[in-house]
Design a binder for this molecule. Sequence first.
Ligand SMILES: Cc1cc2nc3c(=O)[nH]c(=O)nc-3n(C[C@H](O)[C@H](O)[C@H](O)COP(=O)(O)OP(=O)(O)OC[C@H]3O[C@@H](n4cnc5c(N)ncnc54)[C@H](O)[C@@H]3O)c2cc1C
Length: 587
Amino acid sequence: MDTSLTQSHEYDVVIMGAGFAGVCQARHLLLTIPNIKVAIVDPRSPERSEEKDLKIGESLIEVAALFLCKELGLHDYLIENHTPKSGLNFHWSKNPACTQRLEDYYHVWANRQTPISSFHINRAKFEQDVLRMNKDMGAVFYNGRVVDTELTPGDAVKSVKVKRGDEYIMLHANHIIDAAGRKFLIGRKTDNLLFGSENLLGLNNGSAWLRVKNVDRTIFQDGYKPLGTFSSPYYATNHFFGHGHWLWMIPIDRHSMELSIGVVHHHNVIPSENLDSQGKFKSFLKANHSVLDRVIDSGNIVDFHYWPKLAHRSKVLFSPDNWYVIGDAAHIFDAFYSYGTTMIAFAIEGVTEIVRAKLAIEADAEQKRSAYNDFNQAYARSVNCLYRGHEKQLGHASVMSWRIYFEYMWWFGVHIPMYIGKWHLNLQFISQYVKIANSNVDGLFADLCKQFDQLVERDANLGLMDCYRADQLVGGYTTLKHFDDFLENTKFEPRRCNVFASMKQAYFYIAVWYIVFQWKGFGIAGILAPKHIYYMCRMLVLSGKAAIAELIYKFKIRKLPDSSQIEKMRQEFKTYRTHLISLRSLE
Ligand SMILES: Cc1cc2nc3c(=O)[nH]c(=O)nc-3n(C[C@H](O)[C@H](O)[C@H](O)COP(=O)(O)OP(=O)(O)OC[C@H]3O[C@@H](n4cnc5c(N)ncnc54)[C@H](O)[C@@H]3O)c2cc1C
């Protein structure tokens, strides 16, 4: 590395990139590790105009929302500056040739506000604001471009070379985080990246999107839906489906009535040439989702982008040499369900804990590094799996609705309680999770994907499964049901949320879903096929194992309160006496 430099500085951590991942990582480190010295590098000017800087990645789901609101303390900020989100809605056209109005679609509506509130964020504003907050907390910002890194082995100090104007600055740190998105600063240097559908469970997708201001919301829906839903249809993330593609419609600014509208398409069904310009994207909408084209025509288009390739992943996420890749620098698969910022939240919490443990020279720091790397890899693989087979299935309302229901069961039954209880940072839990997640991706999920394909080929109708309703499986089950009272009783400290209770129930209902699915899709032959009996039993065994784990867990935590803060206040309250008496005596 060239050493003709004008300045040189030392930090505990250098973060390359001040996008969503970089600014959130910095804030989490600053809030968690007292006196940590953090530098952030990004070539974008902090004073850039928001309009020039618009980015995708605007919709948050529960884990990302909890991370921002709870772990980063940004709930008030989000309420005051960003747009509320009322769940996810899904729409399939009744007749692809007729898509003028929303009534031309079948729907799965979020019929109520989900208990964990979420947001749509204006990314440009969010990143500028959180960068400012980081600077106020002591982080040093270099408005320059990383041009080289020296990734020394093990705990040896690493170097980052930054070009700022005509000068070069050398930053030295024990830990280096690549949050520079698709520039792949570390990925390219270490040959860490994997592209191509053969490395991505068959995924080969691209995306086109635009932002449009001053739209007439009533073209989509006029807000009057007294018998349909108790949440706003417009302020949801709305998904529209068709063969080989799905579209999002996300409200990103409620004052300027601004929307983000985009498509993810699968190349083997819809080639790039059909979508790679604003005109082609509009024509595509006019032909396939005319209602969205009308919404766009009611406003003023702000920008347009096309990315021919979305997906990639990394061989290593958190290296024993103290470098880390997070956000787009690490992996991305597809935007469906808005998992990007959730994967970032899981990764950031892992990185912070590794950095904390290593700076404190704790004995299990390297063990944590290795386990968190494995957890985030396994989690990413199960996110990748959510999109396997999409190219065939997206446009089939019945099959997709069953698939979405199934995927919701895992999200609310396993992922959210796991996140709330910080089980993703618990080494024992991780070793079990990684085994189960990987074997599901290769086993049950792979097999189900083949079955979904078969049903699409047969154009089967299993009915429209509604992931928000409680009247489709047994016992009034709904995918959003919580099986532990972690919200009611603020079980927000690590390991207080009883993830085993949720897993026990979720696996049981997944087995029930599986039986009903086999019956409706393939009849008695589906239920009695030996492989299917195996998967049913496997889910029931997992449910049984979770029940045993729950007993052990309950025994271990028997003396702990649900919430230490509440317990402390209750203890203090024992000495409570009303002050009314002393006030009266003053009269
Ligand atoms: C079409 C699409 C839709 C999506 N929708 C959603 C969604 O609704 N919800 C969701 O959660 N996720 C979504 N995602 C994923 C989400 O966009 C990403 O997870 C997220 O934007 C990644 O943020 P990041 O900070 O890693 O990268 P970026 O936001 O790209 O930030 C990278 C930063 O690095 C800086 N940088 C670049 N080069 C250098 C350099 N040499 N030195 C220093 N800094 C540098 C850049 O200036 C930038 O600020 C979507 C993705 C796609 C492709």
